[in-house]
Write a new protein. Structure first.
Length: 86
């Protein structure tokens, strides 16, 4: 997910730069509304989506750690019960 977040961020920022570059070099400049829309969408995609992907990664990592801790506690409890029965 971290790699996907980095790729989305690069593509989003690349979209901002491409929109501005196109506006400067196009023989007929695009309308101001479309330029603002493309730049805004690219900027939002480049900033919000990577943060969301990184949050999902962190949430998943934390839940896996919690699950491992629960499993370890169950194993310890079983071992303690087994030792108590002997």
């Amino acid at each position: 997910m971290k790699t996907a977040a980095a790729v989305v961020a690069v593509l989003g920022w690349g979209g901002v730069l491409a929109a501005l570059w196109y506006a400067m070099l196009a023989p007929t400049p695009p309308g101001l509304g479309s330029l603002i829309a493309v730049t805004t969408v690219s900027l939002l995609v480049g900033t919000i989506v990577p943060g969301f992907l990184l949050a999902i990664t962190e949430r998943t990592r934390r839940s896996l750690i919690m699950q491992e801790e629960k499993d370890a506690a169950r194993v310890r409890a079983r071992a303690a019960r087994r030792d108590g029965e002997r």
